[in-house]
Design a protein around this ligand. Structure first.
Ligand code: NAP
Length: 477
């Protein structure tokens, strides 16, 4: 059985490691870039890090005691992935610089095409992530800017920001992390905010040598710590997103944080969200608000009209800038694009998903036998670790492999997909993401296609069920 894995981030590496451990060595990981790590390779902006503690934001089979802090930065996370690739022997199977452009199912096998040609595989596992392709805003005049402009996920490290007039467009989790780092350098920093975010403090802490030693040596300590973070996320954060008992507490915590860090009532009013907490991703950061209060920073809420050669024009006039940083997020709802997937009967995945991406368990798509998705539609979380979800998906794929190897290509049944769609829609009703805000979780018409509306534990149970009832062997096999 030959398996093609697309992408060498957290998802692709996990899939490769599990195949390796199962003795299935006939796989190739296609990675378009020249290094592994996915989003943790791409996002090198100053201050980049994860706001889920690494003791949980890491593989369950590779608990690490060397993290230097509760919320380590991007270099440590990338180094962890590098270590995993070597320790589990998957690096030789990664083909770097190999961008998959198309994958076609011929009724029996997948033909995977890169710039170098095509190869046949029995199974394709797409691990391309959700936060992969930077989104540039459709602001007129962007190309006319005379200064230096770049996206937060494509940071220009050659461009020294010292003494610059910098315009930052966007104020999500990425902007909140790099603004405190660049504020001391810039002569002037305009932060263009379209919508204020709810922000809560990040309770970071360093792990000194003694703590790291204890985590390494005390039996069960790493596991217990990981379990504690997981239970807190499930028990306290999730109910806030399901409009449950902790929503008020989370709101209070965010407002308290704002009041504690921003004394100026005018600025505070600008920064106070008018939508329910959790509707869009809550920003977790303790340095963001203080940076916004510095004398060289202004939060600009006047709507942007256009970019000019000199800077950013709002409804109130032009704000001069020599650098523009687009912290405008990612093309999150365009799952798997721009790879052209063609399934049974020549159906194109882009056409099938024209009203929004969907997949059974976020993993399997009708008409696309032997194609599995890791971190697919409706599997993102606003409260817990994506790595946990990735492991659930990989476990599910591993359970399918012996079945399809024995019987031929397997496809999710349309009835299972329809039932899944109904369950998802019903569960979505109670979540806070639906109304009152714009977010990267939703399509333009408001359908939430990114997020999983349940607890992570429920997802684990659903994906662990023997999958066979939901699947059928394709007739053309
Ligand atoms: P994001 O949350 O999607 O934020 C994009 C920002 O750009 C928003 O402030 C948005 O404003 C603004 N924007 C977009 N188009 C605009 C336009 N045409 N005009 C003006 N403003 C515009 O992107 P992100 O900050 O890169 O974060 C994406 C996700 O990555 C996060 O939600 C999180 O899941 C993950 N992440 C996590 C961390 C962490 O762990 N700490 C760090 C970075 C990223 P509106 O709000 O008005 O749309």
């Amino acid at each position: 059985m030959r398996v093609a894995i697309i992408g060498a981030g957290f998802g692709g590496l996990c899939m490769a490691i599990r195949l390796e451990q199962a003795g299935i060595g006939s796989y190739t990981v296609f990675e378009k870039a020249d290094g592994l790590g996915g989003t943790w390779r791409d996002n090198t902006y100053p201050g980049a890090g994860c706001d889920i503690p690494s003791q949980l934001y890491s593989y369950s089979f590779e608990k690490d005691s060397s993290w230097t802090r509760r919320y380590p930065g991007q270099p440590e996370i990338l180094a962890y992935l590098d270590r995993c690739a070597d320790k589990y022997g998957v690096r030789p199977k990664i083909r770097f610089g190999a961008e998959v452009v198309a994958a076609d199912f011929d009724g029996r096998r997948w033909r995977v095409t890169t710039g170098e040609g095509s190869e046949e595989f029995d199974v394709v596992v797409s691990c391309v992530g959700q936060l992969t392709r930077p989104a540039y805003p459709p602001i007129p005049g962007r190309e006319s800017f005379a200064g230096v402009a770049f996206h937060s996920a494509r940071w220009n490290h050659d461009h020294d920001l010292t003494g610059r007039r910098v315009a930052v467009i966007g104020n999500g989790s990425s902007a909140a992390q790099f603004i405190p780092r660049i504020q001391p350098l810039a002569a002037r920093l305009d932060v263009f905010q379209r919508t204020p975010n709810w922000v809560i403090p990040k309770p970071d802490a360093t792990f000194g040598p003694a703590a790291r030693l204890a985590l390494r040596l005390v039996p069960g300590l790493r596991r217990a710590y990981r379990e504690w973070i997981y239970r807190y996320a499930e028990g306290t954060l999730y109910p806030a997103l399901a409009r449950g008992w902790s929503a008020g507490l989370l709101r209070k915590r965010a407002l308290g944080h704002l009041h504690a860090q921003v004394a100026d009532p005018v600025l505070r009013a600008k920064l106070t969200p008018r939508f329910p907490v959790g509707c869009k991703r809550v920003v977790i950061d303790s340095a963001f608000y203080p940076a916004l209060t510095r004398p060289n920073v202004e939060v600009v809420t006047d709507p942007i009209v256009r970019v000019t050669p000199e800077g950013v024009q709002t409804t109130e006039g032009v704000r001069a800038a020599d650098t523009i940083i687009y912290a405008t997020g990612f093309r999150t709802t365009e799952f798997l694009q721009p790879i052209a997937f063609t399934g049974l009967g020549g159906v194109s995945l882009a056409d099938q998903w024209k009203d929004g991406a969907e997949a059974y368990l976020g993993i399997a798509v009708p008409n696309f036998p032997n194609l599995f998705l890791v971190y697919g539609p409706n599997t993102n979380l606003g409260h817990n670790s994506i790595v946990f979800m990735i492991e659930c998906q990989v476990r599910h794929v591993m359970a399918c492999l012996p079945y399809l190897e024995r019987n031929g290509p397997m496809e999710v049944r349309p009835e299972a997909m329809a039932a899944w769609r109904r369950q998802l829609a019903a569960a979505m009703e109670r979540m806070v993401w639906g109304g009152g805000c714009r977010s990267w979780y939703k399509t333009a018409d408001g359908r939430v296609v990114n997020n999983w509306p349940g607890r992570a534990g429920l997802y684990r149970r659903l994906t662990a069920l023997p999958p066979l009832d939901a699947y059928r062997i394709t007739s053309s096999a």
